[in-house]
Design a binder for this molecule. Sequence first.
Ligand code: HEM
Ligand code: HEM
Length: 228
Amino acid sequence: MAAAGAEGLKPVRVWDWPVRLIHWTLVLLIAFSWWSAENDHLGWHRLSGYTIIGLLTFRLYWGLAGSQTARFGAFVKGPGEVLTYARGLFGRRPADGVGHNALGGWSVLAMLTLLVAQVSLGLFAVDTDGLESGPFSAYVDFHTGRVAAHWHHVVFNLLLALIALHVAAIAFYAVVKRDNLVGPMLTGFRTLPASTPPVRFAPFWKLALGIVIAAGVAVVLSRGGRLL
Ligand code: HEM
Ligand code: HEM
């Protein structure tokens, strides 16, 4: 819930369905990627990884060409704005704005960067006996494939730490700031002051183009870079 001004509140659509669908699918597939690697289902692990590559490609494209609240330009703020936001962090009053806040924007960027690193390393990774590997491991020697696997492991742990911080931040907003961020990530709507201008959402053709690009990138990378 946002702060109630004299003017009252209204539900505002802040997240489009691609952002929400990508978020919750990423949550499920990251858990599945971990489970499938731990239980030696590397075929499923790779499949899950290629789907994540598609989702990430779409999300990066959407960050440049998508709806207002999905755009990097809208939520990646300079140090001045981050500091001002951080100073007011412990106040009870929830933020009035739409989209990610100045601190959250950087954590989103950090999570997306680590995910890109994670899938890139996976493409080159080889297991100890060389039986299971990513589709790009054929282009590097065994030692390099093992180094990629080592960093694939390290980056996964960094990702886990960042996810823990992310979930703790969401809980902090719910408890200290009385601001439920999970509801809007599920429904798309947030209760905001009635004067909040509507969010601009991207047209269908941009969505369709993004799906084609994302599917193309995922398929080509799954084939070790080959088009046919
Ligand atoms: C694998 C675990 C997770 C990953 C990788 C992840 C990643 C992300 C990313 C990348 C965003 C930015 C969304 C966008 O702009 O596209 C985000 C936002 C968000 N996530 Fe997660 N997330 C994870 C788990 C969770 C969980 C378990 C919750 C619920 C408790 C959650 C709640 C949210 C909420 C509420 C936002 C919107 C924050 C805001 O209003 O600025 N996430 N997450
Ligand atoms: C976000 C996506 C991914 C996550 C979270 C993830 C996670 C993991 C984890 C936790 C392991 C076990 C590491 C260990 O304990 O040493 C692993 C192993 C592995 N992953 Fe991924 N992975 C992802 C994407 C990919 C992709 C896209 C590929 C390639 C197509 C890939 C290929 C591999 C391979 C070949 C191994 C075995 C390496 C070894 O046994 O040392 N992964 N992954």
